[in-house]
Structure formats: C-alpha cells, structure tokens
Design a protein around this ligand. Structure first.
Ligand SMILES: Nc1ncnc2c1ncn2[C@@H]1O[C@H](COP(=O)(O)OP(=O)(O)OP(=O)(O)O)[C@@H](O)[C@H]1O
Ligand SMILES: [Mg+2]
Length: 445
C-alpha cells in the first residue's frame, strides 16, 4: 500500500498511460501492417498495368523498382511452357493470390494481355511481410516515444498540483512553537480549504487554551502576592517584638522562605506577562538599550559593591531597539542577577552594549563557574536550575530572558569562557537594531 498521494497518483496514471499505450500500439500495428500490405498490392497492380503494354522483359527483377522489394515479372506465354513453377502459375486464374515458386511462397498478380499472352508480377511473401513489419513498426515509434513523455508530464503536473500542500506543510514546520496565527486561505487550492479551516480551528482552540493557562498562572501568582506580602509584613513586625533568641532564628528562616516565595511569584508573573499576545514589533516604542542597561547596572551597583564584585561597562554605544520598557529591564536584570549570584568575591562582571551590523548587542561576561555543557541544552527550560545550582532561585530567569529575546526577534547565546587565567560565562543577546527616522531615541524607562 503506497502511502504517498503523489506516489499513488503517479502509479495510477502511469498504469493508465501504459495500458492505453499498449492497446493503442497493438491496434495501430495491425492497422499499419494491413495498410502496408495493401500498398504493396497496389504496387503490384501498377506494375502489372505497365507490363500490359509489354514494356518490361520477363524473368528478371523489374527495373525502376527498388531492389530490396524483390518484384519479378514472369512472362508465361500463351500456352503452358517452361519450368514446372511457370506452368503451375499458368494454371491459376487472373488476379491477386498466393502461390509457390522455387519452394517459397509468393504474392502474385496474374494477367492476360489482349493477344492472349499471360504474365505474372510476383513478390516473395517473406519480403512483403518484412517490408510491412518495418513500415508498421515505424508508425509505432512516435506513439512509443510519447509514452515516456506523457509519464514525465504526469509527474510534473502531479508535483505542481501538490506544491501548495508541500508549501503549507513547510510553512507549518518553519513556524515558531508559539506562532498560532491562522494559515492563509488566499492562494491555496479550494480542495485544501476544509483542511486549512480545520487546522485554523485547532490553532484557535490551542490559542485560547494557552491564553487560559497563562491567565491562570498570572492570576494565581497575583492572588498569592497579596497574602504573602501581608505575611512578610507580619513577620517584619515580629522583629520589634521581644521574642526568645531561638524563635528569632526561626523567624529569620521564615522571612527568607517568604522572600523566596515572593521572588518566585514575581518571576512567574514576569513569565506570564511575556507569554501574553504582543503588539506588532513596529508598534513598540523606540528605546535605548544602552540607557536601559545603564539603569539596571546602576541599580545593582551597591549590591555588587557589597559582594566585592567589580561590575562595570567595557563598551557602551548608543543603540536603539523596539521594545516595551519592561522587557529590556527584565532581560538585563535577570542576566545581571545571574552573573552576580555566581561570581565569587573580587570577581568581575563586564557589560558591553554595542552595534554589530544590523543588530544591537548586549554582552555580559562574568568570572563565575560557567554552565556545564550538558546543562546548556536545557538551560532555558522553566524551573531548570542546572546540575549544580548556585544560591537560591526559581529557575525562571533565563526562560523569561529567552522569551523576551524571542518576542523581540533576536537571539541569545551562552558560551563558557575557557582560559588558563579565567573561567566564566559570556551571554550575548542580539536584537534587531531599530531605525529611528528622527534620530530621537527615548531614554525614559
Ligand atoms: N552567569 C551564569 N553562570 C553560571 N551559571 C548560570 C549563569 N546564569 C545562569 N546559570 C545557571 O542557570 C540556572 C538557571 O538560571 P535562571 O536565571 O533561569 O534561574 P535562577 O537564576 O536559578 O532563578 P531565577 O533567575 O528565577 O531567580 C541557574 O540556576 C544557574 O545554575
Ligand atoms: Mg536567574
């Protein structure tokens, strides 16, 4: 059983072509063979009419007739005479018939002249058959040549007709996993419309399901934020109350746990926000990536200073991208947050913002342990924290960053910096550079 539609169509149509061709060839061969025989008979008749006037001498191949046709004029005289074969011929009636001469069958036309003398125009049937076969075969050649041509045309027509289907499949394959926009009906064959409508229906259902799920996560995180904040406040209030030292330790652990939960909720909300449908890239405001990065770095500087980490810029160029302000700050903050978490005391974090061709580049290099190459593949998965997680975290930061970069049409690459004198991770984010016609770049975040 052939599964491919193309294969089935091709085999079916080829079988029809070959069958019709074979039947046609058979009929045409028989018809052409008969016609060739008749043609040869008419040659005999024409030659006989010439011989009526006695202009040929008998007993030899006829002049003016092609040598390989082997046509003979046999003068039989007025009475039977000569060799037995001639006498036997004389005994036959006037007209076309089959006879035997020198042991081989011949087609012969006997005629009697007005003076009573008889003659025969003869041709061996073997020669006639061969000529007829030859002529019939030559008639077949164009038909036989047509069959492979038809097969080729069939294959081309099938490939051309199925191209919209192949293109549709290619379009679907090339889509990003989260691209749920409906497939266009325009320009596709009407046979595919029910199929495309079904796929579009399915896409719409998936979209609403994903929306529901995203809203649920966002709502749940939002709803949980209020009671957690209230609990944190209560715990803070306990600080000023006179409580035993052992209870104070437990209280610190409790506050830390609540801090972690708050962070998890913040990250969940940020991820849910980035999963929400986005306005067209062109409609997003023009923002300075260098400005956004500087603000986050300035925010984190005290923290870096406390930890003895040298956080600073290596290179800053003014570059503009189209994005929502919160996207850029979330991205830079999460990346720097990771770098700060893994970089040991007196380590370095170098930040670079620059232009590279049509791309705006943000590069962050730290002097931490880097990421195990076996973890790199899964590092963007939500809640994945690698095989040896550093400090505390929810495992959502890089998923959020990856989502932001994806939405902005950029790329992100993580590579370990290997060297004798240093180790660490280099994160490179490339975003499409925005062209600002007025050259006025908003720096407000
Ligand atoms: N600069 C880095 N150097 C070494 N490891 C890193 C670096 N950045 C991230 N990682 C590893 O990748 C893991 C996932 O990072 P991600 O930012 O997604 O989550 P997280 O930092 O653990 O939690 P969150 O960011 O939600 O607080 C981290 O736990 C850490 O193991
Ligand atoms: Mg992180």
């Amino acid at each position: 059983m052939i599964r491919s539609l193309r294969g089935r169509l091709f085999i079916g149509l080829t079988a029809i072509i070959i069958l019709t061709g074979a039947i046609g060839v058979m009929f045409v061969y028989q018809w052409a063979f008969g016609e060739a025989m008749e043609l040869q008979d008419s040659v005999l008749i024409q030659l006989a009419s010439v011989a009526q006037s006695g202009s040929f001498s008998g007993g030899q191949p006829l002049q003016g007739v092609e040598q390989d046709t082997d046509v003979w004029l046999i003068e039989l005289g007025k009475t039977p005479r000569g060799p037995a074969d001639d006498r036997q011929l004389f005994g036959l009636k006037d007209g076309l018939q089959i006879a035997t001469r020198k042991g081989q069958p011949i087609r012969v036309l006997l005629q009697t002249r007005s003076d009573g003398s008889r003659f025969a125009v003869a041709q061996p049937t073997a020669v006639r058959d061969e000529t007829a076969r030859d002529m019939a075969f030559r008639t077949l050649l164009p038909i036989a040549a047509l069959i492979p041509c038809l097969m080729l045309v069939t294959a081309l027509v099938i490939a051309h007709s199925l191209r919209p289907m192949v293109r549709l499949a290619g379009d679907l394959d090339a889509r990003r996993a989260d691209d749920l926009t409906p497939l266009p009906l325009l320009g596709t064959p009407s046979e595919l419309h029910p199929f495309i409508n079904s796929i579009n229906g399915l896409l719409a259902r998936i979209r609403s399901l994903m929306d529901q799920q995203r809203r649920f996560v966002a709502d749940a995180a939002h709803e949980l934020r209020t009671p957690i904040t209230a609990l944190s406040l209560q715990a803070e209030n306990l600080d000023s109350v006179d409580i035993p030292e052992a209870a104070r330790d437990r209280l610190a652990a409790l506050r830390q746990g609540m801090q972690r939960t708050k962070h998890l909720l913040e990250q969940l909300l940020a991820l849910a926000r980035q999963e929400a449908p986005l306005a067209e890239a062109g409609e997003m405001p023009l923002l300075a990536l260098d400005g956004a990065t500087k603000e986050v770095v300035a925010d984190l500087l005290p923290h870096a200073f406390d930890r003895g980490i040298d956080l600073g810029f290596q290179l800053v160029e003014p570059v503009a991208v189209r994005a929502e302000p919160v996207m850029l700050t979330t991205m830079v903050r999460n990346l720097l947050d990771n770098a700060l978490r893994v970089t040991p005391r007196s380590g370095n974090i170098d930040v670079g913002v620059y232009r590279e061709g049509e791309m705006a580049v943000l590069q962050i290099e730290d002097t931490g342990p880097g990421i195990a190459s076996s973890d790199l593949e899964r590092i963007f998965e939500p809640f994945f924290r690698g095989s040896c997680p550093q400090g505390e975290g929810s495992g959502l930061g890089l998923s959020i960053v990856n989502r932001v970069v994806e939405r902005l049409g950029g790329t992100i690459g993580l590579e370990n910096i290997g060297g004798t004198d240093r180790s660490g991770l280099r994160v490179t984010v490339r975003l499409p550079l925005a062209v600002d016609p007025s050259k006025e770049v908003s720096r407000g975040m």
